[in-house]
Design a binder for this molecule. Structure first.
Ligand SMILES: *Cc1c(COP(=O)(O)O)cnc(C)c1O
Length: 343
């Protein structure tokens, strides 16, 4: 048994997955009487979708520069996060380590799966606490969750530091790159070919503008993507989502990403001039973490102007902080106007 196999829950290692009606089919039939579907097309969704999303994955493979076998598609990244616990952690026994503060779904998915998360606080400047992460791990630690650029702090960690961690960590390292498109530090997804314990998560919900479709990506060693495919619901990505994403991916997103990055710089430059703004944290993402005098009152003021932001002031290391997503130039104009009316 290799090192990765040894990390997998014993019942998952030997799981025989559900075989869909069309998995077994060899030829190219044109009359489908195998899956108890309706023969009437209606609005075009009478057939079950491709459980392995072959066409969409080929397009993603070309865009992301990784083979299809190293790509998993989920119903949002949230599905991939949940699968990590279901595949690697025996409930009530195994544990995961995660940075704090970070994305809330790591802990929610862990709680649902009855897995303890050992949270390790980032440094006061949101730096990566490498030694503390190792110290938190024990023989039952299967997963380490890292997020870069991190939500809600916005900073990306140094690739060399992440690679050192991935190389030395005894379990699976899940690196959440939901915001990597906005970062000059780029992505480590290609490193899954080198490190079998690395799982990189990305999403079509942020830079790609498809949050409503629910499409998350995981890049990993082919053994791990195969486990994910066995454990997922057979038809986890709807036909509508597969088709819409396939079409949407014809258009590059680079110009929109550049506009958001430029607007991020504009907001980061302007916000400190308001007297109630104490700090704007540097951001490699499409949001800014901003420390203000009275976050609850400012949150209420913005809401009364029809602008909703995320109040993160009760998160560790985030006292006084609101998280502002970068909008269109006009939306950002409105935000700044509302702030100039605040007193
Ligand atoms: C928004 C976000 C995601 C995306 O989740 P989806 O389920 O793909 O929409 C993943 N990770 C982090 C850290 C995020 O902030």
């Amino acid at each position: 048994m290799n090192k990765i196999e040894a990390l997998v829950r014993p019942n998952i290692r030997i799981l025989s997955p559900y075989s869909t009606a069309r998995d077994e089919c060899q030829g190219t039939p044109d009359i489908f009487l195998d899956a108890n579907e309706s023969p009437y097309p209606g609005i075009g969704y009478n057939r079950y979708p491709d459980p392995r999303q072959k066409a969409l994955k080929q397009r993603i493979s070309a865009i992301k520069g990784l083979p299809v076998e190293n790509i998993f598609l989920g119903n949002g990244s949230d599905e991939a996060i949940d699968l990590m616990f279901r595949i690697f952690c025996t409930p009530g026994q195994d544990n995961a380590v995660a940075i704090v503060p970070s994305y809330g779904m790591y802990t929610v998915a862990a709680d649902i799966n009855d897995v303890k998360v050992r949270g390790v606080q980032l440094g006061a400047d949101f730096s990566l606490p490498v030694d503390e992460l190792f110290a938190a791990a024990d023989a039952n630690t299967k997963l380490l969750f890292l997020c870069s650029p991190n939500n809600p702090s916005g900073n990306a960690f140094e690739p060399a530091q992440l690679l050192d961690l991935i190389q030395r960590f005894p379990g699976i390292v899940v690196l959440d790159e939901a915001y990597a498109d906005f970062s000059a530090k780029g992505s480590l997804r290609h490193k899954v070919l080198e490190f079998p314990n690395l799982v990189v998560l990305q999403t079509f919900s942020k830079a790609y503008g498809m949050a409503g479709l629910r499409l998350g990506l995981a890049f990993a060693n082919a053994y791990v993507t195969d486990l994910m495919n066995r454990v997922k619901y057979p038809y986890n990505i709807s036909q509508a989502a597969q088709e819409a994403a396939f079409r949407a991916l014809e258009a590059p997103v680079q110009d929109k990403v550049e506009e958001i990055v430029a607007q991020r710089a504009r907001l980061a430059g302007t916000l400190p001039s308001f007297p109630f703004v104490k700090k704007v944290w540097p951001s490699d993402a499409n949001f800014l973490l901003v420390q203000v005098d009275d976050p609850d009152r400012l949150y209420g003021h913005l809401l009364s102007d029809g602008i909703i932001v995320r109040n993160r002031s009760r998160q560790p290391l985030c006292a006084g902080c609101l998280r502002l997503t970068v909008g269109t130039p006009r939306e950002n104009d409105n935000l700044l106007q509302s702030l100039s009316r605040y007193e």
